[in-house]
Design a protein around this ligand. Structure first.
Ligand code: F6P
Length: 378
């Protein structure tokens, strides 16, 4: 039986993604129009778990005034964190070490203390798994999928991805002119964790010559051969787009480090690839790491709309008495899928998807096959 809702909370967790404020806007308006109160929890769940860190007590009243004019803004007005997992909350010890503590029960109690009847949890795969756990522990909640990486299963797309691909493509367009002028190899490293969606889509959209993605362990002989072939045909520059999670055949993913309570930080593969290609081809190589630039800025209209649609659908789901589900894009509509299904596996690039096949047909090299087509048209 569905119980009446009077007050809901919105939380944004994990890395930010353009479109989060659109979700907050639509969810707030849809809830207020039902007569519900809405609060935002600061920085994931930290506003509830460490309220002493916040002058306002960790909750922010989401009024119509507060959410006005935010749809086009990047980031999230309520803040986020990727080190606030309540099931493994990092607690520092006086000796400088840290332990992970399960604070689930305490968190659920805080929701009750603040008279919060239900939660809209906006986040990536980590947040959706936390959502499943909190739902099992008795919290009424609906998940909203976000990530620039597009690696969440059961939704055709996540918001933030389109903006990231669009901006990465614009950056690579600029790299083409300087690479051409200097006759250089430029290796551009993009985010995406263990999925190659950003590298594949941005690389194709900007016409790069090689794309290295986590789904296809790479060798550099094919890429060097392609560069040499281009040079023989008069093209002295080449652009390689590498996903941060790409790894060589038989080698490891490049990891920069890990902070308490966080997933490992990926990075550095671009510089390694550039150094190796310079050595192999004798041609000067440079590296550009786009990094967090892909998470910033104003969302594209696609991501704004997706954020708005997800925010509205999440409120309708709660109103219909649903819980433990994630809203998901299933064109032409937004549907609901059980969190348990959405978190079962990571959505990586299928090796037989048409984008990848088309890229190969165009002669784009993935570091797994010696070049057979010329890339001289590009
Ligand atoms: O998941 C989004 C993402 O931007 C990944 O692409 C990247 O590996 C990671 O977050 C970076 O996280 P942080 O903000 O902790 O550096």
């Amino acid at each position: 039986m569905r119980s009446r809702i009077e007050r809901i909370a919105v939380s944004t967790g994990g890395g930010d993604a353009p479109g989060l404020n659109a979700v907050i806007n639509a969810a707030t308006l849809a809830a207020r129009n039902r007569g519900w109160e809405v609060v935002g929890i600061r920085d994931g769940f930290n506003g509830l778990l460490t309220p002493e860190d916040y002058p306002d007590g960790g909750l922010i009243e989401l009024t119509r005034d507060r959410v006005r004019g935010i749809i086009h803004q990047g980031g999230t007005i309520i803040g986020t964190t990727n080190r606030g997992n309540p099931t493994a909350f990092p607690v520092h010890r006086p000796d400088g070490t840290w332990v992970e503590v399960d604070r689930t029960r305490e968190l659920i109690d805080r929701f009750a203390e603040h008279r919060i009847d239900a939660l809209i949890l906006v986040g990536g795969d980590g947040s959706m798994s936390i959502g499943q756990h909190l739902h099992d522990a008795g919290l009424r909640l609906v998940g909203v999928p976000k990530t620039i990486d597009n690696d969440l299963d059961k939704t055709v797309s996540t918001f933030g991805f389109d903006t990231a691909v669009d901006f990465a493509s614009q950056c690579i367009d600029r790299l083409f002119t300087t690479a051409t002028s200097h006759g250089r190899i430029i290796v551009v490293e993009v985010m995406g964790r263990y999925a190659g969606w950003i590298a594949l889509n941005a690389g194709m959209a900007s016409g790069v010559h090689a794309i290295l993605i986590p789904e296809i362990p790479f060798g550099l002989d094919p890429v060097a051969a392609l560069i040499a072939d281009r040079e023989r045909h008069g093209a002295k520059f080449s652009i390689v787009c590498v996903a941060e999670g790409a790894r060589p055949v038989g080698g490891e993913v490049s990891i920069v480090g890990r902070s308490p309570g966080q997933a490992e930080r990926l990075g550095g593969i671009g510089a390694k690839v550039a150094a190796a290609l310079e050595e192999m081809t004798g041609r000067e190589a440079r590296t550009v790491v786009l990094g967090h630039l892909l998470r910033g800025g104003s969302p594209t209209s696609f991501d704004r709309l997706l954020g708005l649609r997800f925010g509205g659908a999440a409120v309708r789901a709660l109103d219909e008495g649903r819980s433990g589900v994630m809203v998901a894009l299933d064109p032409p509509t937004v549907d609901y899928v059980p969190l348990a299904e959405a978190t079962r596996r990571q959505k990586t690039v299928p090796l037989d998807c048409d984008s990848l096949l088309t890229a190969r047909d165009m002669g784009i090299n993935f570091g797994d096959e010696m070049p057979v087509h010329s890339t001289i048209g590009r």
